[in-house]
Design a protein around this ligand. Structure first.
Ligand code: SAM
Length: 239
């Protein structure tokens, strides 16, 4: 379970209503049960359930099970898509090791409202499920043009686009791996269902570390494209 508190032996941690309900009614845990806790900073700790009631639970932190390991600095920048598909994308991006999730508003983005609280909750749940020791942050939605203007120079950007100069993703990543770029900061960019506008592609071309990549001959849904690109990144540059 993800908690905010600092994790040290003997620390008592209280759980909110939803989590207490989950432990009691879904997992059917009882006082004395062992639960794993993480906060994104102190690694994973075992904790004993010392009290459990309707809507509350408290745990006493025991020993550290795993230290906090360094994780990839990998962002997913994505045009928001409709509910269901965006939830799937957030879940998979978390499982596939993204450190930050950035909704980008593009010319052809059809979804104009993004519930970042829901996305953050999805990310937290997915992090717990896949046993990673951090939860990716969800940034507020920003205009893609503004993101490009403020793009950090050192961050490589894998731009998934079906356009002429795109190279197959495997080729681009094999070259990046050869060049030892696995430890550099990276981001994957996925466009909306309507694709990128020409002026957006032109602006992206100006980024110093832009890599236009293709994901094969078929047009993938945005959520499929995100999963495919992140999987490839992990295969070539991940640990
Ligand atoms: N009609 C749109 C177009 O022609 O650009 C299709 C957009 S596609 C449904 C959504 C996003 O997924 C694209 O903007 C791109 O980022 C990514 N994508 C889908 N298939 C791809 C492929 N074969 N190669 C690279 N990117 C792809």
């Amino acid at each position: 379970l993800h908690v905010e508190e600092t994790l040290v032996a003997g620390q008592v941690v209280g759980l909110d209503h939803g989590r207490a309900h989950f432990l009691r009614t879904v997992l059917r845990l009882q006082v004395g049960a062992q639960v794993a806790l993480f906060n994104g900073r102190d690694g994973e700790w075992s904790a004993e359930l010392e009290g459990l009631g309707k809507g509350w639970a408290s745990l006493v932190v025991g020993q550290q099970r795993r230290p906090q390991a360094a994780e990839a600095d990998l962002w997913l920048v994505f045009a928001p898509i409709k509910r269901g598909r965006i939830d799937f994308l957030i879940e998979k991006a978390t499982e596939l090791g993204c450190s930050e999730l950035h909704p980008a508003l593009t010319r052809f983005t059809a979804v104009d409202r993004v519930n970042t609280d829901r996305l953050a909750a999805n990310a937290k749940e997915a992090a717990e499920q896949c046993e990673r020791l951090s939860v990716p942050t969800v940034a507020p939605p920003r205009d893609l043009g503004k993101m490009i203007d403020a793009w950090p120079e050192e961050r490589h950007l894998l731009i998934c686009a079906e356009r002429g100069e795109a190279v197959p993703i495997g080729e681009a990543l094999a070259e990046a791996s050869e060049a030892g770029l696995g430890t550099h900061p990276w981001a994957v960019l996925i466009g909306p269902e309507g694709g990128f506008a020409e002026h957006e592609l032109t602006a992206l071309t100006r980024l110093p570390r832009a890599h236009f990549v293709g994901l094969g001959p078929r047009i993938l849904r945005a959520d499929t494209a995100g999963v495919a690109a992140l999987t490839c990144w992990q295969a070539w540059l991940g640990d």
